[in-house]
Design a protein around this ligand. Sequence first.
Ligand code: ADP
Ligand code: GLC
Length: 472
Amino acid sequence: MEILHVSAECYPVAKAGGLGDVVGALPKYLNAAGHIAKVVMPMYRTKFLYDNKWEVVHKGSAYLGNTWFDYTIIKEARNSLGFDLYLVDINGLLDRERIYSYEDDPERFISFQIAVVDWVASWKHHPDIIHVHDHHTALIPFMIKYCYPYQNLAEIPTVLTIHNAQYQGWLDWSKSDYIPHWDGWRWGVLDWNNMINPLAAGIRSAWKVTTVSWSYLHEMREESNGLEALFEYERGKCAGILNGIDTKVWDPETDSYLDEHFSINTLPEGKRANKESLCTEFGLNQEKPLFVFIGRLVGEKAAELLPKAIGDSLYYMNQRMNFLVLGSGEPYIEGELDNMREYWAGNYNARIGYNEKLSHKMYAGADFLLMPSRVEPCGLNQMYAMRYGTVPVVRRTGGLRDTVKDIGEPGGYGICFNQASVGDITNAVFRGTELYEDKVYFNAIRKQLMQKDFSWDNSAQQYIDVYKSLLP
Ligand code: ADP
Ligand code: GLC
């Protein structure tokens, strides 16, 4: 089978979060299983672009509303990622430093989708499956089903994977002419609450919809930023497939970002060496349990609770533990986390920003990873943490519920809590600190974590089964 993935992110080309990790890994595993997986994404101005060789494979033009634009498809010449990678260059629109958060994001991502569809329509042999990810690419199933210029693609089965239903790409109806000449009778497929809703259109038009954990699929029927009824109605075509992790990139034995490598056999010394270098860098006491948070500083991750939860834990538990935060997001959360550094110096530190290397060092050097998320469709951090022998401390939601079992349950290996609240986080930190102080039990748990298998093999097979079920 030939599968074309269309995405706004793909690691290591461009990554803002877990979507990039998934699209950078799944195609490799599909190829290893004997299929041909390709990825097409926008051409941003990233380091990867300048560090690699490219060849032009197609040039074309299309309309976005009344604006005629040219696009170029380039291909990475050496296949260094383990799959064919194509970038879409649209002058002035896509070739920017950041992935998202420009005012003209609707224009950028709709042009990108038009260019992809226009390009695929020119292929002699079409892909067997088009697999799109999140709202930035969710109009593609609609375009190939209902846009007149692309009817030669209408028979290609489409799969939409929802990594995050909070963002839906809402668009005013005044911009409906952005979508290439479409069957006007189908306006109801695009509409949700008097707006064009690309994610809703994708859910209705795709042949199959998947989400990145079973629990999240279930939760979306109860809470999905307005789409609850649609998920209930379309439940028959939806499935939950848990993400895997790329065990070649995330391997404590070979991780090139780490100064000290370790395995399950060298776990206590290996973790200690990584913790020491982290604690030295951030002025923390390596004898105390180290809790870290890595992620986007936004409400979904309950990041605004961190300052008080950290302050309360340090105050009420007599500074028995240390904290280190890495993240970027809402300026007021960034500000608070940064300002606290001075007051709690020696017990707490933070690095505001995005730093891939430091994130690896933190998974390796920490004792506990905090994830109090309000919404967590899957979450990769907890799986990376476990692979590096770090105990996940998570709220029971979405993929966190599906991947972490509390130490209070038979066979448990993590710390779970129910509410995204300062009280629940502080209580979980207390439980972690007690666990840390019981060295024998703590080491046994870490060993258990490192033996868990979260690799893509199993999940990639589930995607293959989905693709096969859609073919004639
Ligand atoms: P989400 O996609 O919702 O942000 P995930 O848990 O799926 O959450 O994936 C987050 C990914 O982004 C992980 O690879 C994590 O290590 C990485 N990440 C998040 N914030 C940062 C940061 N500030 N610096 C480095 N890596 C980060
Ligand atoms: C999203 C979700 C996260 C998930 C990731 C990859 O960004 O917020 O939970 O792990 O996508 O699927």
